[in-house]
Design a protein. Structure first.
Length: 173
């Protein structure tokens, strides 16, 4: 009986030792997901502030390039279209970008922003695209402005691109 007990203890110790020496890949992994953890999404931290920064840059470029249109006694009227999202994987948050564009244009006095397309001499189309980088694993976005006359003649196009900084905190600047 003592021999049977000794053999059982020896087998049990051998099994425990063998199990503890296995690598982490060989061991069973138990993953516990916290209920408050955010799911991984493609946006990688694209916030409304990122869109707003790009909107400000593109809008200022547009105003610099279109001075001959608005440097008149009475500023022309402009309708700002809603932002077009070129890819459904981009997160929402364009409200801040559109507001930024509108505030810059109104603040400059270059155009009189109107609320109806039929009342405008010009209209501004806004679109946002994801930018894939072949050699980088960081996301990027491109913000486009296109200015048209009310006759649907394209006056010009301006864009700004920004990519996420390749660091630990995944910031954009």
């Amino acid at each position: 009986m003592k021999k049977l007990l000794a053999v059982s203890v020896y087998i049990l110790l051998a099994a425990c030792t063998a199990f503890s020496h296995r690598t982490m890949d060989e061991q069973d992994k138990h993953v516990v997901e916290a209920p408050y953890a955010a799911p991984q999404v493609l946006d990688e931290g694209i916030t409304p502030e990122v869109y707003a920064l790009l909107a400000a840059r593109a809008t200022n470029k547009m105003l610099d390039d279109t001075a001959e249109i608005y440097e008149k006694e009475t500023p022309p009227t402009l309708y700002i279209m809603k932002v077009k999202k070129a890819d459904d994987t981009l997160p929402d948050g364009f409200y801040l970008a559109r507001r930024e564009t509108k505030e810059i244009i109104e603040g400059s006095g270059a155009f009189t922003v109107v609320n109806r397309l039929n009342d405008a001499q010009y209209y501004l189309e806004i679109s946002v695209y994801p930018v894939p980088f072949v050699d980088k694993s960081v996301p990027g976005i491109s913000y486009h402005l296109s200015l048209y006359s009310n006759d649907n003649i394209k006056i010009g196009e301006w864009s700004q691109m920004m990519k996420q900084v390749q660091n630990d905190d995944k910031s954009w600047w």
